[in-house]
Design a protein. Structure first.
Length: 155
């Protein structure tokens, strides 16, 4: 089930993020992956949980965290999903979609009209398109000089 990301989930979410950065973000070079891992430590996640108006969620089954979504507070109606990750063993079971749909619902309740996010690879881009997001921009040589797509979702 989907629930709000809380302090007791931090260790599990951190593990999911690190594994995903190491194993799935092949579009980024080693330096970028190291930087992301260093920057997204458990202290940052603790700070994140305490931020007001953000939307951050986990999906768990019998106490095991299998997915997570971290979103920023919206600014003038536009929210950013920073991370969406589903454990490798649990992909293809609608967990990513459920996290995105719940985030959309919560952002709507907070008064946002749009979710945006960026992706560096075509495979995850196709996932977002499949659930309804649209390509809004192609960002050349963006973070770490990697090309990203910006995707948007009108809520
Ligand atoms: C991308 C990711 C979040 C998708 O989560 P998931 O739980 O495996 O996906 P779901 O099972 O919820 O898929 C929902 C729908 O999208 C489709 N889908 C999933 N991945 C897809 C892909 N790569 N291309 C096209 N469609 C896809 C599914 O078939 C499903 O379709 P349906 O609703 O018609 O049955 C997950 O694979 C992941 O964590 N990947 C690594 C991290 C990553 O790339 N994150 C995004 C960038 S930060």
């Amino acid at each position: 089930m989907v629930e709000t990301f809380s302090l007791h989930h931090i260790k599990d979410v951190h593990k999911l993020l690190v594994e995903m950065i190491q194993q799935d973000l092949g579009a980024l070079n080693e330096t970028a992956r190291k930087d992301y891992i260093q920057s997204w430590d458990q202290d940052k996640l603790t700070h994140w949980v305490h931020q007001k108006q953000q939307v951050s969620l986990v999906y768990h089954e019998q106490g095991q965290v299998l997915g997570a979504l971290l979103g920023t507070p919206h600014e003038s109606g536009v929210a950013t999903v920073i991370w969406l990750v589903v454990d490798k063993s649990a992909r293809g079971r609608s967990i990513g979609k459920q996290l995105m749909l719940r985030a959309a619902e919560e952002y709507r309740e907070l008064g946002a009209h749009k979710i945006k996010l960026t992706v560096p690879d075509k495979n995850s881009k196709r996932f977002y398109e499949h659930i309804g997001l649209e390509e809004e921009a192609y960002l050349r040589k963006h973070w770490y000089q990697v090309d990203f797509w910006q995707m948007g979702w009108q809520l």
